[in-house]
Design a protein around this ligand. Structure first.
Ligand SMILES: *Cc1c(COP(=O)(O)O)cnc(C)c1O
Length: 394
């Protein structure tokens, strides 16, 4: 690339993608790549899925945008699907994961104020170290990674961080001043670290005891990624608020904050909003994606291919010693680099790209994979073969 006209906050890869289909991507020179990155857990149905193209095109001929002065059939249809298949009764649509979390945190503050009074001081949000919730000032402050927020101080207050999976710390931190606890069922950006069922259950119990809201950030884990529609469904608990984005539009931008009737009622007319939220194009694509993802066959395929991919990666680990652990759930997988290669995830990620495989680095010691939920056997095998070549070169 000769000129880059964009602000320098991204380290763009040395390749210009041109077009794609399923789990294959081609660059402007015609070189072909297997996509195990999935646009960072967004392209849940691979690239250019015909059902999504049809939904987008059909909607494009009907209505693009009309504003939130009106509701629309696609927005109601997607919210109906989300509520009928989860704990939630109501949905707020926005355009990204950060906005969904921003809405969740604002709602938690307002819910506590409505129910316990402005003088109660019930404003504290408990979050996890190394958590990631987005890049707006509030969400990046709730996220537990100083490298992402310290340069933007002063940061919003009333946020406290505990160690992930530390049940004792949770019990110690949650109290009368807590309005919400927020957890990712699998910490994605910081290295594909699953929450223990016991930690999630303890969070539920602490929130019940202290009348705080349990917010699950399923922006990365939701929409079939872990082999269930949402990851909380593995753990025998329900949150009060759940956020979704990434795979929700499977490549078309949309986010959602889902909650119960009781909590939703703290958002009265005018409390919160988003010009593009619930956009008919996004919701029409979301419905088409939902109808494929929420099929027993699709979710069974995720579990099967997730197990097959983890097995293949464990074989690479055993043969080469490059990974010391392969972890994750469904098709969200983290390969933890062995100690002698720690800090070199970004370098391995560049090497895989050179060998025709798109992967992700999460933290500096984990190679993260989030391929299409429809990944077929041939693409899986070919992707792993390219990974082996890349690991040899690395
Ligand atoms: C990606 C991500 C976000 C932020 O989503 P954006 O759409 O980039 O704003 C928030 N939470 C989690 C868990 C994520 O993985």
């Amino acid at each position: 690339m000769t000129n880059n006209y964009l602000t320098p906050n991204y380290a763009f890869a040395d390749m210009l993608p041109d077009h794609a289909s399923g789990s294959r991507v081609w660059d402007i020179h015609g070189k072909e790549y297997i996509d195990f990155a999935g646009g960072i857990a967004v392209n849940a149905l691979g690239h250019c899925h015909p059902a999504l193209i049809d939904a987008l095109t059909a909607q494009a001929h009907r209505l693009w945008h009309i504003s939130n002065i009106y509701t629309t059939q696609p927005a109601q249809a997607l919210a109906k699907r989300l509520t009928e298949n989860t704990f939630a009764d109501k949905v707020f649509f926005c355009n990204s994961g950060a906005e969904a979390n921003e809405a969740a945190f604002k709602l938690a503050r307002k819910y506590a104020r409505d129910h316990f009074g402005a003088d109660s001081g019930k404003t504290e949000i408990i979050a996890c170290i190394n958590g990631f919730h987005g890049r707006t000032l509030f969400t990046v402050s709730v996220g537990g990674q100083p490298k992402y927020n310290r340069d933007f101080a002063p940061l919003p207050g009333g946020i406290r961080h505990i160690s992930f999976n530390d049940t004792a710390a949770l019990h110690e931190a949650v109290g009368a001043k807590t309005c919400a606890v927020v957890i990712e069922p699998i910490q994605g950006e910081s290295g594909v670290l699953p929450a223990d069922a016991a930690f999630l259950q303890a969070a539920r119990a602490c929130c019940d005891q202290h009348q705080a809201l349990l917010i699950l950030d399923e922006v990365q884990t939701g929409m079939g990624r872990t082999g269930k529609l949402f990851a909380y469904q593995h753990h025998g608990i329900c949150p009060d608020v759940l956020t979704s984005a990434k795979a929700l539009g499977s490549g078309f931008p949309i986010g959602a904050m889902m909650t119960t009737d009781k909590v939703a009622s703290s958002f009265s007319a005018g409390s919160h909003g988003s010009t593009f939220g619930g956009n008919p194009l996004a919701c029409a694509v979301g419905c088409a994606a939902f109808d494929i993802i929420n099929q027993a066959d699709t979710l069974a395929h995720v579990n099967r291919q997730g197990a097959a991919l983890q097995a293949a990666l464990n074989a690479v680990a055993a043969d080469t010693g490059v990974f010391k652990e392969v972890r994750g759930q469904g098709l969200l997988i983290g390969c933890v680099l062995a100690d002698q290669y720690a800090e070199r995830a970004a370098e391995l990620n560049k090497t895989t790209l050179r060998h025709g495989l798109m992967t992700l680095a999460a933290s500096n010691r984990v190679l993260r994979l989030a391929p299409s939920l429809l990944l077929n056997d041939e693409d899986l095998q070919e992707g792993v073969a390219r990974l082996r070549l890349a690991v040899s070169a690395f």
